[in-house]
Write a protein that binds this ligand. Structure first.
Ligand code: ATP
Length: 480
């Protein structure tokens, strides 16, 4: 195995991980048993599967695990971080005492033979996104109610004020937040401020903070990789400091905007440069048990130094949206894998690999590969190109809840027609190896789909034209 890049967090010894003080002590009886059982499974899994031990494990905060109340968290850190925000990146530096088995590890139940990490869904009705949320609610509801209700704002103690930033312009408004370009008055640095949209739902009424945002902040503060957007800190503003903003490094563009502006597709070497960065960032996430689950061009930021960075972790590792979108916009299905569309009971890292396949196709052709108008239409579009699956090509296919629908029979894989090896009209062509990578990413059966490691090692990246250096990637005039 090639050595891990230096930006990966050093491996914690297994002993340290398992013997570290676990906040199970703080839980109620019933919960304790349940957690202990999970803990045992984790132990077993770790002991059985040596490679897992050797992989880096980012530390998630106790807020992320929902096992300790935020108040206790603040108290236990009081000596070290008094008057320092819970959200300060530096306060998250892993310490031996704090090393925990992350929630992701507790949830992941198996590692499939193909190398995709599978997570078992936590609820019975898996088509309901809200079920995940309620499972999370349950965890939090078991906490000391006194501390939980105050948690939302307590954790902001010591955070800087948004008034220390000069808002320059609004960049974008998404489902969960409004993003501004701003200048840090102290450092004069240009940053992006994502204002967390607060919404009156049960979770927020009780805990004062949207769950999606809590998770996004927790994950992003824990990640440290050149292809993952850097969140510097969290600041507050508005009446009673009740508005919360994530302060992120600012990137001039996102891939959606860039593709919309370009008149022609990226060259093969440019696609390789972008794909390698995307896969590198994703390898970091998957190695750290994080599934992004919402990879799409608008969530891939780009700058004029040729860098690509993954953003928007609102959906990461929760496998469903806990709150209703604020706008009429729904999360796009175009990059959603067939197993999710079919109502699969388990997700794995393979869901992200499907999205990567769709993104690669779009980079090459400059148009979305499967622009479905509804979930059914999405599946029909996928099957029309890749062939209608059956038990032979995808064992277990017919057991999916949504597999009962009558799909038109398409016995052949037609993908090569869309990405030919030769073009008589001067259009974009794709080599044998390039097509093999694309086709392997777009494998219907997630068990057989390429893993991020396999994709990164694919021969396409080693044949000419080689990936373009970031320094020579095209630049675009700033639009915002
Ligand atoms: N750090 C950043 N620098 C520059 N622009 C950014 C940054 N972060 C986000 N953006 C812009 O804001 C948009 C929305 O951001 P983001 O996806 O994080 O919000 P969201 O509300 O979660 O969106 P969605 O509706 O996709 O869930 C992005 O598509 C991108 O154009």
């Amino acid at each position: 195995m090639s050595p891990e890049p230096s930006y990966l967090v050093p491996v914690q010894p297994l002993e340290a991980m398992l013997s570290a003080k676990h906040p199970l002590d703080d839980l109620e009886e019933g919960q304790l048993e349940e957690e202990q059982v999970m803990q045992e499974h984790v132990k077993e899994g770790l002991l059985e599967e040596k490679p897992v031990m050797q992989e880096p494990c980012i530390k998630t905060s106790r807020w992320g695990t929902g096992l300790t109340s935020p108040k206790e968290e603040l108290i236990s850190h009081a000596d070290n971080v008094s008057k320092t925000s819970r959200w300060n990146r530096s306060s998250l530096t892993p310490e031996c005492e704090e090393v925990m088995v992350s929630e992701e590890q507790q949830c992941y139940s198996s590692e499939s033979g193909s190398g995709h990490r599978t997570v078992e869904k936590l609820s019975a009705d898996e088509n309901s996104d809200r079920e995940y949320c309620s499972s999370d609610h349950d965890e939090l509801e078991n906490e000391d109610p006194d501390s939980s209700t105050q948690g939302g704002m307590d954790m902001m103690l010591g955070s800087r004020s948004v008034n220390e930033f000069q808002k320059l312009n609004k960049i974008n408004e998404g489902t969960y937040g409004i993003v501004y370009k701003a200048r840090d008055e102290k450092t004069k640095e240009i940053v992006a401020l994502k204002k967390i949209k607060m919404k009156e739902d049960r979770f927020e009424e009780e805990y004062g903070f949207p769950l999606t945002s809590l998770r996004e902040i927790n994950i992003l503060l824990s990640c440290n990789h050149p292809a993952i957007v850097n969140v510097k800190e969290v600041v507050v503003g508005g009446k009673n400091d009740s508005d919360v903003y994530m302060v992120m490094e600012h990137l001039e563009h996102d891939l959606r905007g860039v593709m919309d502006r370009r008149k022609e597709p990226f060259s093969t070497s440019e696609v390789k440069c972008l794909m390698m960065q995307l896969l590198d960032g994703l390898k970091y996430l998957h190695t750290n048990w994080i599934i992004h689950r919402d990879l799409k061009p608008s969530n891939l930021l780009m700058n004029n130094c040729g860098e690509l960075k993954i953003c928007d972790f609102g959906m990461a590792r929760q496998y469903g949206s806990p709150i209703k979108p604020y706008t009429q916009m729904v999360i796009t299905q175009w990059y959603r894998p067939p197993e999710l569309l079919l109502g699969a009971k388990e997700y794995s890292t393979a869901v992200d690999m499907w999205s990567v396949g769709c993104i690669m196709a779009e980079l090459l052709s400059q148009k979305p590969l499967f622009p479905g108008k509804s979930e059914l239409d999405q599946l029909q579009k996928i099957f029309a190109v890749l062939g209608t699956p059956n038990e032979a090509v995808w064992p277990g296919f017919s057991s999916f809840p949504n597999a009962k629908a009558k799909f038109p029979t398409q016995p052949y894989n037609m993908l090569r027609k869309k990405f030919p090896a030769i073009s008589f009209v001067g259009g974009q062509i794709l080599s044998e190896r390039g097509f093999d990578l694309l086709n392997s990413l777009l494998t219907l059966d997630p068990e057989k789909r390429l893993t991020v490691e396999e994709a990164l090692n694919h021969g396409w990246f080693h044949e000419v034209p080689l990936p373009k250096s970031k320094d020579f990637m095209p630049t675009y005039p700033p639009k915002r």
